[in-house]
Every structure is written in C-alpha cells, then in structure tokens.
Ligand binder design. Structure first.
Ligand code: PLP
Length: 465
C-alpha cells in the first residue's frame, strides 16, 4: 500500500527524491549530488527538517503562509468540506456555497470598485486568465486591436507560457519559446542598481514615463493593459521610488490602458494593508491574487475584476476556465484563512507590532559591511549585497555568487532567507512575534558575518569595474 514515507531515513528519502522527483527552478543533477533538505513538519514560523533542526522560515514558504503554520482550523474546514462536497465544477450553470461565500468575502475586502472574482488554481493561471480577459474586454468594446500588454523587465507573474511571458525574467524567456506575441517589457524602477546619478524621485518618474513612451511608440489603439506588482517580489523585493506609481496611474488613465495589479504577494496583508494597491495608492482594473489568499494551505488563485470590466465580460460567453476554478475545498480553506485574518486582527498585529519590530531589525542590518541598502515595505524586505556601499557597486564575481553564499550561511544557521542574484529577501509569516524577529535578526547577522569572512578569504570582495 502506498504511504507517505516520512519514517524513512533522510538519505533514503533524498535518494528517492533524486531518482524520481524533478524540482522546479532547480538544476536537479546538482541537487541530487547534494541531497534535498527534507521538511517534515511546521508550526508558527518554524519548520522542522528530518534531522530535527528547527528552522525559522523568513520566507513564509514561498511568500504565502501569512497566518503561519499549524492552524488546525484550516485542516478541519478542509476535512468537513471534503466529506460534504469534495468537488464540483462551476462551468455548467452550477455553483456551490464555498465559492459563493469566498467571492463575496473577497469583494468585501477589495477596493470598492472591484466586486467580481474569476477563480483559478494558482497565480500563474490567474494571470493567464488576465491576458485573455483584457484582450477580450477590448474586443467586446469594439477595439480588438488593443491586444498588447506592457509589463516590466525582472517582473514575476508566474511560470506558465502566458504568465511567464508577462514576467520579465530573461532566464525563463530563454527556455521554451517565450514570450508569446504582443507582450512588451519596459525597464523596472530599481533605483539602487540602475538609478546611476539620478535622484530616486527623478529616476522613478523617468521609469514610469517609459510606459508613456511605449504607448506612444506602439499606438494607443494597440495597447490593452499594463501589469505590475505593486512591489516586485521575486525580482528581489524592489521598492519603487514614491514618484513612480502616481505617474503610472496618470498614464494609464490618460491613454485608457487597463491597469492590472499583480497582488499575488502583496495581497492579504503583506504590505500592511489588505492590498498593495492601497499601500502604493493605485486604482487597478484587475487584481491578481493567490498565495496569501489561502496562506498556502490550498492551491487557489484568481482575478478580482472591476465592475466596468466585469460588465463587458459578463455580456458574452468567456470561453475560458479551469477544472479547479473555485474548487470547493480550496475555497472553504481560503475563506477560513480570511476569517482568521479578520477575527484575529492580524493586520493590526502587522501594523502595530510586527512591522515596527521588523523594520527596526532590518534597517539595523544596514551597517553591516556587506550590506548596501536594507529596504522594507510592510512585511517584505530586501538587502542589496555589495563590495562597496558608497558607489552601490556590483561584485566582480558572477551575479548571485555572494547571494548564494549568504543564503547557504542562513540555511546553516537555521534561517530561511532567499537570494535573488545578490539581493537577500525576506517575507516572514505575518503573525511573527517581536521575539522571533529578534532571533531572525541575530541569525541573519551571523550569516552575513560568516559570508563576509568567507568572501574575504576567497578574495570575492572586489567590485566589478
Ligand atoms: C508567485 C507569483 C505568481 C505565480 O503564482 P503561482 O501560484 O506560483 O502560479 C504570480 N505573480 C506573483 C507576483 C507571484 O509572486
């Protein structure tokens, strides 16, 4: 009888994993040589591995376990729903209570003009929906030539062919024939690495105005939408200068370009508000959601759609959907997650307790010799590693060398902190306590010290010329 084989020795699990499991975003041969770390259980902000180590999860899984691990209420809701109605579709003029309640709850939490939800199984799927929805919207409006979607270099919108095309990750585009036609990428508002001598304010404005230039170059009658994360996540937690978003909003309004806010990370409290769009002050036509919607306890995503866009889309048959759109178990679990977020006032905890402590800890790391900037919005932060702070220099070594070494030192010190090239990023569970933030800070500093010593020894502290 097949069983989950948690009881096997670590080495056997690693061997089976290497033999049969192809990991995402991984050089599997490299991993096989090293052996995957086997995570066995988790509670609160801590993971446990098969060797008994307690690891502080500074990434909330993959930016998703916002209410923390070990909330049995979600398991109970899932079990109840599985017994009552484990699955039914919503294609053929049927619906069910969990999806109805979840859609209504999301509409209540979202900005006032966003009241309609199209469900998907993930953020990637939701962004695929968005590509088709905005193009179909303009076709219904009698403007079928408006099909280009403008996005940004180094954006992350998912890994399917459509959403990966929207994203601006060149290593992804290099494999498998992406991007699809009619996707255009402009530069990102990444002042620290790309701002040169400009002030952040001027640079933010200039990067926003690239959108206007692109619209004018391609023609207003060709552009359907602009998509962006309020704060770029997987690209390295890149916080745009404050001048950036107001200018983007102005341009979208002026040229009648739909604005899609990809809230997959920013949504549901990550930035200190329900949605990142509120934090950066924009009024999107569509918001992509996933991750924090269920705190990762079940795979679910969706698009929250404005009244105006929904009115058009709802007037015609939209030939699109997923078997698991509005899956009853995933919907019930997401609803329970939203209940916990609200009834336990987790956003108040974020704003009044966790954010002040986390920001103090994070900014405290800025004096470390390896750290060029330590930036943070709400509960998502990043550090730029540099061999020379004053000039915001890059390393002479291949991009990602310093980041990888630092991440390995974090792992060795039982802290999960991810690296994006030479930026370190954090996104802890929203329920993290000040005591746990202290532990996180101490481990991060130790890891930085060790990485610094290692880089010194290997003569890697040289700036690129
Ligand atoms: C993770 C992510 C996605 C993709 O979501 P999946 O559930 O992995 O498909 C899309 N957009 C953003 C901003 C993300 O961080």
């Amino acid at each position: 009888m097949p069983a989950i084989t948690n009881h096997l020795p670590t080495a056997e699990l690693q061997a089976l994993d290497a033999a049969h499991h192809m990991h995402p975003f991984t050089t599997n041969d490299e991993l096989a040589a090293k052996g995957a770390r086997i995570i066995t259980r988790a509670n609160g902000v801590y993971l446990q591995d098969s060797e008994g180590n307690e690891i502080l999860d500074g990434m909330a899984g993959l930016w998703c376990v916002n209410i923390g691990y070990g909330r049995h209420e979600l398991a109970e809701v899932a079990a109840r729903q599985m017994k009552e109605l484990p699955y039914y579709n919503t294609f053929f003029m049927t619906s069910h209570a969990p999806v109805i309640a979840l859609a209504a709850e999301i509409a209540k939490l979202a900005p006032a003009h966003l009241n309609h939800v199209f469900f998907a199984g993930s953020g990637s799927e939701a962004n695929d929906t968005n590509i088709r929805m905005v193009r179909h919207y303009w076709a219904i409006k009698g403007k079928p030539t408006k099909s280009i979607i403008i996005s940004r270099k180094n954006a992350y919108h998912g890994s399917s062919v459509g959403s990966g095309s929207l994203g601006g990750m060149t290593p992804m585009h290099a494999q498998g024939g992406m991007p699809i036609p009619d996707i255009h990428h402009i530069d990102q508002p990444y002042w620290w690495a790309e701002g040169g001598d400009q002030t952040p304010a001027d640079f933010g404005l200039a990067r926003a105005q690239e959108l206007e230039k692109a619209i004018l170059a391609m023609g207003e009658d060709r552009v359907a939408a602009f998509i962006a994360e309020p704060i770029q996540g997987a690209g390295g937690v890149i916080v745009p200068p404050s001048t950036y978003w107001p200018e983007i909003q102005r341009i979208c309004d002026k040229y009648e370009i739909l604005l899609i806010a990809d809230e997959v990370i920013c949504g549901f409290g990550r930035t200190g508000n329900w949605f990142g769009s509120e934090t950066v002050g924009i009024k999107p036509d569509i918001m992509t959601i996933a991750k924090g919607l269920s705190s990762g306890y079940q795979p679910i995503g969706g698009s929250i759609v404005s009244d105006e866009v929904a009115e058009a889309i709802n007037s015609d048959e939209f030939n699109h959907g997923y078997t698991y759109s509005g899956h009853p178990v995933a919907s019930a679990v997401a609803l329970e997650n939203l209940r916990i977020l609200q009834e336990e006032n987790i956003l108040d905890h974020v704003r009044d307790v966790a954010m002040p402590a986390l920001h103090e800890m994070w900014h405290g790391l800025a004096d470390h010799p390896l750290v060029g900037e330590a930036t943070i919005v709400g509960m998502m932060g990043s550090i730029a590693l540099t061999p020379h702070k004053e000039t915001r220099a890059k390393f002479a070594a291949d991009a990602g060398t310093a980041g990888f070494m630092t991440r390995e030192r974090c792992f060795a010190n039982n802290l999960i902190m991810r690296h994006v090239y030479d930026r370190m990023v954090i996104s802890p569970p929203l329920i993290i306590s000040p005591e746990e933030i202290k532990i996180m800070g101490a481990r991060a500093r130790t890891a930085l010290d060790e990485a610094y010593a290692q880089m010194k020894e290997l003569d890697l502290l040289k700036a690129a010329s």
